[in-house]
Design a protein around this ligand. Structure first.
Ligand code: MLT
Length: 304
Protein backbone atom coordinates (compact mmCIF):
# COMPACT_ATOMS: atom_id res chain seq x y z
CA UNK A 1 0.00 0.00 0.00
CA UNK A 2 1.43 3.42 -1.03
CA UNK A 3 0.65 6.39 1.18
CA UNK A 4 0.13 9.84 -0.32
CA UNK A 5 -0.26 12.87 1.96
CA UNK A 6 -2.06 15.85 0.45
CA UNK A 7 -0.82 19.10 2.00
CA UNK A 8 -3.24 21.36 0.14
CA UNK A 9 -6.64 20.79 -1.41
CA UNK A 10 -5.95 18.79 -4.55
CA UNK A 11 -8.53 18.38 -7.30
CA UNK A 12 -10.51 15.18 -6.89
CA UNK A 13 -9.79 14.30 -10.54
CA UNK A 14 -6.14 13.84 -9.60
CA UNK A 15 -6.92 11.87 -6.45
CA UNK A 16 -9.15 9.51 -8.44
CA UNK A 17 -5.97 8.31 -10.17
CA UNK A 18 -4.93 6.45 -7.04
CA UNK A 19 -6.84 3.14 -6.75
CA UNK A 20 -8.02 2.43 -3.20
CA UNK A 21 -6.71 -1.13 -3.31
CA UNK A 22 -3.13 0.11 -3.59
CA UNK A 23 -3.17 3.70 -2.28
CA UNK A 24 -4.10 5.46 0.91
CA UNK A 25 -4.56 9.18 0.26
CA UNK A 26 -5.23 11.58 3.13
CA UNK A 27 -4.32 15.00 4.50
CA UNK A 28 -3.12 13.43 7.79
CA UNK A 29 -1.07 10.30 7.38
CA UNK A 30 1.77 8.52 9.22
CA UNK A 31 5.02 7.92 7.30
CA UNK A 32 3.81 9.00 3.84
CA UNK A 33 5.63 7.79 0.71
CA UNK A 34 4.86 11.03 -1.10
CA UNK A 35 3.55 14.54 -0.61
CA UNK A 36 1.17 16.17 -3.03
CA UNK A 37 0.74 19.92 -2.62
CA UNK A 38 0.08 23.26 -4.21
CA UNK A 39 1.53 26.45 -2.70
CA UNK A 40 2.22 25.50 0.93
CA UNK A 41 5.79 26.46 1.86
CA UNK A 42 7.85 23.45 2.95
CA UNK A 43 11.08 25.27 3.80
CA UNK A 44 10.50 25.12 7.56
CA UNK A 45 8.57 21.88 7.62
CA UNK A 46 10.12 18.72 8.99
CA UNK A 47 9.74 16.40 6.01
CA UNK A 48 9.76 12.78 7.26
CA UNK A 49 12.44 10.39 5.97
CA UNK A 50 9.64 8.15 4.64
CA UNK A 51 8.87 10.72 1.88
CA UNK A 52 10.29 9.36 -1.39
CA UNK A 53 8.83 11.97 -3.75
CA UNK A 54 7.08 15.34 -3.74
CA UNK A 55 4.53 16.39 -6.34
CA UNK A 56 3.80 20.10 -6.76
CA UNK A 57 0.48 20.62 -8.54
CA UNK A 58 1.66 23.74 -10.37
CA UNK A 59 4.57 25.06 -12.41
CA UNK A 60 6.84 26.71 -9.81
CA UNK A 61 8.71 24.73 -7.15
CA UNK A 62 10.07 27.59 -5.05
CA UNK A 63 7.90 26.54 -2.08
CA UNK A 64 9.90 23.32 -1.82
CA UNK A 65 13.47 23.00 -0.41
CA UNK A 66 14.86 21.56 -3.64
CA UNK A 67 18.50 21.35 -2.51
CA UNK A 68 17.60 19.56 0.70
CA UNK A 69 15.44 17.10 -1.22
CA UNK A 70 18.12 16.55 -3.89
CA UNK A 71 20.64 15.79 -1.15
CA UNK A 72 18.23 13.10 0.07
CA UNK A 73 17.65 11.85 -3.48
CA UNK A 74 13.95 12.79 -3.31
CA UNK A 75 12.58 13.83 -6.73
CA UNK A 76 10.30 16.87 -6.84
CA UNK A 77 7.76 16.75 -9.67
CA UNK A 78 5.94 19.73 -11.14
CA UNK A 79 3.24 20.15 -13.78
CA UNK A 80 4.70 22.23 -16.61
CA UNK A 81 2.07 23.54 -19.01
CA UNK A 82 -0.87 22.09 -17.06
CA UNK A 83 -2.07 25.54 -16.01
CA UNK A 84 -0.67 27.51 -18.97
CA UNK A 85 -4.06 28.32 -20.47
CA UNK A 86 -5.39 29.67 -17.17
CA UNK A 87 -2.38 31.95 -16.73
CA UNK A 88 -2.48 33.06 -20.37
CA UNK A 89 -6.14 34.08 -20.04
CA UNK A 90 -5.43 36.09 -16.91
CA UNK A 91 -2.46 37.82 -18.54
CA UNK A 92 -4.79 38.89 -21.36
CA UNK A 93 -7.33 40.05 -18.78
CA UNK A 94 -4.58 42.02 -17.02
CA UNK A 95 -3.42 43.66 -20.24
CA UNK A 96 -6.97 44.76 -21.04
CA UNK A 97 -7.75 45.90 -17.50
CA UNK A 98 -4.58 47.96 -17.60
CA UNK A 99 -4.78 49.56 -21.02
CA UNK A 100 -8.52 50.33 -20.78
CA UNK A 101 -8.39 51.61 -17.17
CA UNK A 102 -11.19 49.25 -16.28
CA UNK A 103 -10.75 49.07 -12.51
CA UNK A 104 -10.52 52.84 -12.11
CA UNK A 105 -13.50 53.33 -14.43
CA UNK A 106 -15.56 50.74 -12.59
CA UNK A 107 -14.81 52.41 -9.27
CA UNK A 108 -15.83 55.75 -10.76
CA UNK A 109 -19.04 54.36 -12.27
CA UNK A 110 -20.07 52.88 -8.91
CA UNK A 111 -19.74 56.31 -7.32
CA UNK A 112 -21.88 58.23 -9.82
CA UNK A 113 -25.03 59.40 -8.09
CA UNK A 114 -28.19 61.24 -9.04
CA UNK A 115 -31.00 60.59 -11.51
CA UNK A 116 -30.44 58.98 -14.92
CA UNK A 117 -30.18 62.35 -16.66
CA UNK A 118 -27.53 63.77 -14.34
CA UNK A 119 -25.59 60.49 -14.41
CA UNK A 120 -25.52 60.49 -18.20
CA UNK A 121 -24.22 64.10 -18.16
CA UNK A 122 -21.52 63.11 -15.70
CA UNK A 123 -20.63 60.07 -17.82
CA UNK A 124 -19.75 62.37 -20.72
CA UNK A 125 -17.31 64.19 -18.43
CA UNK A 126 -15.73 61.25 -16.61
CA UNK A 127 -15.24 58.98 -19.64
CA UNK A 128 -12.63 61.41 -20.97
CA UNK A 129 -10.41 60.41 -18.05
CA UNK A 130 -10.42 56.76 -19.06
CA UNK A 131 -9.44 56.85 -22.72
CA UNK A 132 -7.18 53.85 -23.14
CA UNK A 133 -5.23 52.22 -25.93
CA UNK A 134 -5.52 49.08 -28.03
CA UNK A 135 -3.36 45.97 -28.32
CA UNK A 136 -2.74 45.49 -32.08
CA UNK A 137 0.56 47.00 -33.16
CA UNK A 138 1.84 47.27 -29.59
CA UNK A 139 4.82 45.19 -28.52
CA UNK A 140 4.62 42.60 -25.79
CA UNK A 141 7.90 41.51 -24.23
CA UNK A 142 7.71 37.99 -22.82
CA UNK A 143 10.41 37.11 -20.30
CA UNK A 144 10.57 33.31 -20.05
CA UNK A 145 9.47 31.15 -22.97
CA UNK A 146 8.43 27.95 -21.21
CA UNK A 147 4.92 26.55 -21.62
CA UNK A 148 3.21 29.63 -20.12
CA UNK A 149 5.37 32.28 -21.80
CA UNK A 150 5.04 30.60 -25.19
CA UNK A 151 1.30 30.32 -24.87
CA UNK A 152 1.04 34.03 -23.91
CA UNK A 153 3.31 34.92 -26.84
CA UNK A 154 1.19 33.01 -29.35
CA UNK A 155 -2.01 34.57 -28.04
CA UNK A 156 -0.53 38.07 -28.30
CA UNK A 157 0.60 37.44 -31.85
CA UNK A 158 -2.92 36.23 -32.75
CA UNK A 159 -4.25 39.51 -31.35
CA UNK A 160 -2.06 41.48 -33.76
CA UNK A 161 0.64 42.40 -31.27
CA UNK A 162 4.36 42.30 -31.98
CA UNK A 163 6.04 39.85 -29.67
CA UNK A 164 9.60 39.90 -28.46
CA UNK A 165 10.79 37.10 -26.22
CA UNK A 166 13.76 36.45 -23.99
CA UNK A 167 14.71 33.24 -22.26
CA UNK A 168 18.21 32.52 -20.96
CA UNK A 169 17.50 28.77 -21.16
CA UNK A 170 16.14 28.72 -24.72
CA UNK A 171 17.49 25.79 -26.73
CA UNK A 172 18.36 26.24 -30.41
CA UNK A 173 15.53 23.86 -31.37
CA UNK A 174 12.95 25.79 -29.35
CA UNK A 175 14.21 29.10 -30.68
CA UNK A 176 13.83 27.68 -34.20
CA UNK A 177 10.22 26.58 -33.50
CA UNK A 178 9.35 30.00 -32.11
CA UNK A 179 11.29 32.04 -34.63
CA UNK A 180 8.47 32.59 -37.12
CA UNK A 181 6.21 34.17 -34.52
CA UNK A 182 8.50 35.71 -31.93
CA UNK A 183 11.36 38.10 -32.31
CA UNK A 184 14.01 37.00 -29.89
CA UNK A 185 16.02 39.37 -27.72
CA UNK A 186 19.50 38.51 -26.47
CA UNK A 187 19.07 40.31 -23.17
CA UNK A 188 16.32 41.55 -20.87
CA UNK A 189 17.46 45.12 -21.62
CA UNK A 190 17.07 44.58 -25.35
CA UNK A 191 13.56 43.18 -24.81
CA UNK A 192 12.47 46.01 -22.51
CA UNK A 193 13.70 48.70 -24.87
CA UNK A 194 11.11 47.51 -27.41
CA UNK A 195 8.21 46.73 -25.07
CA UNK A 196 4.90 48.48 -24.44
CA UNK A 197 3.89 45.59 -22.20
CA UNK A 198 6.16 43.17 -20.41
CA UNK A 199 4.99 39.90 -18.93
CA UNK A 200 7.15 37.71 -16.70
CA UNK A 201 7.17 33.91 -16.80
CA UNK A 202 10.43 32.89 -15.16
CA UNK A 203 10.88 31.32 -11.71
CA UNK A 204 11.98 33.37 -8.72
CA UNK A 205 15.62 32.82 -7.73
CA UNK A 206 18.72 34.87 -6.92
CA UNK A 207 19.18 35.55 -10.64
CA UNK A 208 15.63 36.85 -11.19
CA UNK A 209 15.19 38.79 -7.92
CA UNK A 210 14.58 42.48 -8.81
CA UNK A 211 14.99 41.59 -12.49
CA UNK A 212 12.65 44.48 -13.29
CA UNK A 213 14.08 47.45 -11.45
CA UNK A 214 14.22 51.25 -11.80
CA UNK A 215 17.05 51.24 -14.32
CA UNK A 216 15.31 48.70 -16.53
CA UNK A 217 11.84 50.25 -16.24
CA UNK A 218 13.33 53.50 -17.50
CA UNK A 219 14.46 51.77 -20.70
CA UNK A 220 10.88 50.71 -21.55
CA UNK A 221 8.64 52.67 -23.88
CA UNK A 222 6.73 55.45 -22.12
CA UNK A 223 3.34 54.43 -20.76
CA UNK A 224 4.31 50.79 -20.56
CA UNK A 225 2.44 48.16 -18.58
CA UNK A 226 4.16 45.51 -16.43
CA UNK A 227 2.43 42.21 -15.67
CA UNK A 228 3.79 39.89 -13.02
CA UNK A 229 1.92 36.60 -12.86
CA UNK A 230 5.05 34.68 -11.87
CA UNK A 231 6.49 35.33 -8.41
CA UNK A 232 6.65 38.25 -6.06
CA UNK A 233 10.11 39.87 -5.91
CA UNK A 234 10.96 39.57 -9.62
CA UNK A 235 9.64 43.11 -10.06
CA UNK A 236 10.95 45.61 -7.54
CA UNK A 237 7.60 46.96 -6.31
CA UNK A 238 9.05 50.21 -4.92
CA UNK A 239 10.68 50.98 -8.26
CA UNK A 240 7.45 50.18 -10.07
CA UNK A 241 5.51 52.57 -7.83
CA UNK A 242 8.09 55.30 -8.40
CA UNK A 243 7.83 54.81 -12.16
CA UNK A 244 4.03 54.96 -11.95
CA UNK A 245 4.18 58.16 -9.92
CA UNK A 246 6.64 59.68 -12.38
CA UNK A 247 4.26 58.89 -15.28
CA UNK A 248 6.77 56.52 -16.88
CA UNK A 249 4.63 53.42 -16.35
CA UNK A 250 0.96 53.34 -17.27
CA UNK A 251 -0.03 50.45 -15.08
CA UNK A 252 1.31 47.54 -13.02
CA UNK A 253 -0.66 44.32 -12.78
CA UNK A 254 0.63 42.11 -10.01
CA UNK A 255 -0.74 38.68 -9.09
CA UNK A 256 0.22 39.12 -5.43
CA UNK A 257 -1.34 41.15 -2.62
CA UNK A 258 0.93 43.89 -1.26
CA UNK A 259 0.47 46.66 1.31
CA UNK A 260 2.71 48.91 -0.72
CA UNK A 261 0.72 48.47 -3.92
CA UNK A 262 -2.86 47.88 -2.89
CA UNK A 263 -4.06 51.50 -2.78
CA UNK A 264 -2.17 52.79 -5.80
CA UNK A 265 -4.70 53.93 -8.42
CA UNK A 266 -2.69 52.52 -11.32
CA UNK A 267 -1.96 49.13 -9.77
CA UNK A 268 -4.12 46.04 -9.83
CA UNK A 269 -3.17 43.39 -7.27
CA UNK A 270 -4.69 39.92 -7.22
CA UNK A 271 -4.41 37.08 -4.66
CA UNK A 272 -2.29 34.84 -6.93
CA UNK A 273 -5.14 33.82 -9.22
CA UNK A 274 -3.14 33.00 -12.38
CA UNK A 275 -3.64 29.25 -12.13
CA UNK A 276 -6.94 29.35 -10.25
CA UNK A 277 -9.42 27.75 -12.59
CA UNK A 278 -11.13 24.42 -12.05
CA UNK A 279 -9.62 23.20 -15.32
CA UNK A 280 -6.04 24.15 -14.38
CA UNK A 281 -6.38 22.61 -10.91
CA UNK A 282 -7.63 19.40 -12.49
CA UNK A 283 -4.90 19.31 -15.15
CA UNK A 284 -2.16 19.90 -12.56
CA UNK A 285 -3.51 17.30 -10.14
CA UNK A 286 -3.84 14.69 -12.89
CA UNK A 287 -0.33 15.35 -14.21
CA UNK A 288 1.20 15.13 -10.74
CA UNK A 289 -0.77 12.01 -9.79
CA UNK A 290 0.41 10.27 -12.97
CA UNK A 291 4.02 11.18 -12.25
CA UNK A 292 3.90 10.10 -8.61
CA UNK A 293 2.29 6.78 -9.58
CA UNK A 294 4.83 6.16 -12.30
CA UNK A 295 7.64 6.88 -9.87
CA UNK A 296 6.30 4.85 -6.95
CA UNK A 297 5.21 1.88 -9.06
CA UNK A 298 7.90 1.84 -11.78
CA UNK A 299 10.69 4.11 -10.55
CA UNK A 300 10.25 6.44 -13.56
CA UNK A 301 11.13 10.12 -13.21
CA UNK A 302 9.54 12.76 -15.46
CA UNK A 303 9.50 16.57 -14.98
CA UNK A 304 11.65 16.41 -11.87
C1 MLT B 1 2.24 27.79 -10.29
O1 MLT B 1 3.40 27.75 -9.90
O2 MLT B 1 1.89 27.17 -11.31
C2 MLT B 1 1.19 28.51 -9.48
O3 MLT B 1 1.77 29.16 -8.41
C3 MLT B 1 0.14 27.52 -9.12
C4 MLT B 1 -0.79 27.86 -7.98
O4 MLT B 1 -1.34 28.95 -7.85
O5 MLT B 1 -1.03 26.95 -7.18
Amino acid sequence: MYKIQTLNNISVKGLEKFPRETYEVASEIQNPDAYMLRSLKLHNVDIPESVLAIGRAGAGVNNIPIEKMSARGVPVFNAPGANANAVKELVLTGMLLGCRNICQAWECAKNLTGDDESISKEVEQVKKKFVGFELPGRTLGVIGLGAIGTSVANMARDLGMNVVGYDPALTVERAWQLSSSIESANTVDELLAKSDFVTIHVPFNEGTKNLINARRINTMNDNAIILNFSRNGIVNDEDAVEALNAGKLYSYICDFPSNLLKDHPRVITLPHLGASTGEAEENCAIMIADQLKDFLENGNIKNS
